[in-house]
Design a binder for this molecule. Structure first.
Ligand code: 6CS
Length: 358
């Protein structure tokens, strides 16, 4: 499959290259693969990236966006960026963690703030990015951006309010080992699967539930194959945008500045997009499935999950060593800095003052 895919992409690049030679002033085509469908948060990011790069290069650079499946799964598009067959991709820690284990820090539960604004600021913290940058470079990638796609929500066939309720529940998780540990710690039976296989696995009762932000639950129709939608408010879905290291290093200083400028301008944009998409899609889900039971965990219930999640942090550090520990410390510090900046002078910063979408 991998060889076939590489040959197909190489052929595509060659044909596009030949066609591109005809246009005077055309510098080339940049290919950007995302892990989601058209209309998703990642698609909004990539489409805006395309628009800004094409505008700011005055048409000299053309950007082609490949939606999920066009070039394979998350793991396959990561390989294509690594090979240099494509230049840009989204790489979510839930899959990329197999290649760069410390990025699994973003999968730890109850680590980010309950306040979305704080998390947006923490994820764009330059010191955090600087800590991750060498880890991407060590694998021939260049990290461009870290951002959230919204709160993780469970869709399950039975109600889950405590870790005990997870007993025997087969939860689909993304494919990195830390997510297996996270849901094992809750008492569930985690099942790693690629995104594209989740719906049919739910339909065939091979799994009982899955976890994703609301916009993804709507666009992948996961709400059709569940009876309960549960808001644990324990983690946000964090993703990263990256490029091929050699490609980036080979760009002229102006073109590097174009990329970093566009990426910088996208940070605030995508935070607004994800909030809107998640709010809007919740309304759609409620309209399409009025019988779907919606549960918001109470603070006490969340606390039980928080306690159950704590040993997973030690597992993360054991598995990822010094590099993982360093990134964990940086992320905690970035959240603390963002919380400090957000806290009203003299005010108290209580848990949960910004609620997830209802
Ligand atoms: O669950 C997944 O595998 C996918 N979920 C989202 C929201 N984006 C990409 C990822 O692969």
């Amino acid at each position: 499959m991998r060889d076939w895919l590489l040959i197909a992409v190489a052929a595509l690049v060659f044909v596009a290259g030949v066609a591109g030679c005809r246009a005077p002033g055309h510098e080339g085509t940049w290919r950007f693969a995302i892990e989601e469908n058209q209309g998703s948060v990642q698609d909004a990011y990539a489409q805006r990236f395309k628009q800004l790069v094409e505008e700011r290069s005055h048409g000299a650079i053309k950007v082609v966006v490949y939606t999920y499946g066009a070039l394979g799964t998350s793991d396959q598009i990561t390989e294509l960026v690594h090979d240099g067959s494509i230049q840009f991709a989204m790489a979510s820690p839930g899959h990329l963690g197999k290649v760069i284990p410390p990025v699994q820090v973003f999968l730890l539960h109850f680590l980010l703030s309950p306040d979305e604004e704080v998390n947006n600021a923490a994820l764009s913290d330059p010191q955090l990015k600087a800590a991750l940058d060498p880890l991407y470079r060590a694998k021939d990638f260049k990290l461009l951006s870290i951002y959230t796609e919204g709160w993780q929500v469970w869709t399950i066939k039975k109600p889950v309010r405590t870790p005990a309720d997870f007993d025997g529940v087969k939860m689909r998780v993304m494919t990195t080992p830390l997510l297996m540990a996270a849901y094992r710690a809750y008492g569930a039976s985690p099942t790693p699967l690629p995104y594209s296989e989740v719906y049919s696995a739910l339909q065939l009762n091979m799994i009982d539930g899955q976890v994703n932000p609301l916009f993804a639950i709507e666009e992948m129709s996961f709400y059709e194959v569940a009876d309960y939608m549960i808001f644990p408010h324990s983690a946000e879905f964090v993703t990263t945008a990256m490029t091929n290291e050699d490609f980036y290093d080979g760009l002229s200083p102006e073109r590097q500045k174009l990329v970093t400028g566009v990426v910088h301008d996208l940070q605030g944009y995508i935070d607004g997009v994800q909030r809107r998409f998640n709010d809007e899609r919740l309304d759609i889900i409620k309209k399409k499935r009025p019988d779907l039971h919606i549960i918001h965990l109470t603070p006490d219930q969340r606390d039980k999950f928080r306690q159950a999640s704590m040993p997973v942090r030690e597992e993360f550090v054991d598995d990822t060593g010094l590099a993982g520990k360093r990134v964990l410390t940086q992320l905690e510090a970035a959240v603390a800095r963002a919380e400090q900046r957000a806290a009203p002078a003299g005010g108290d910063d209580d848990d949960g003052h910004v609620a997830p979408p209802m």
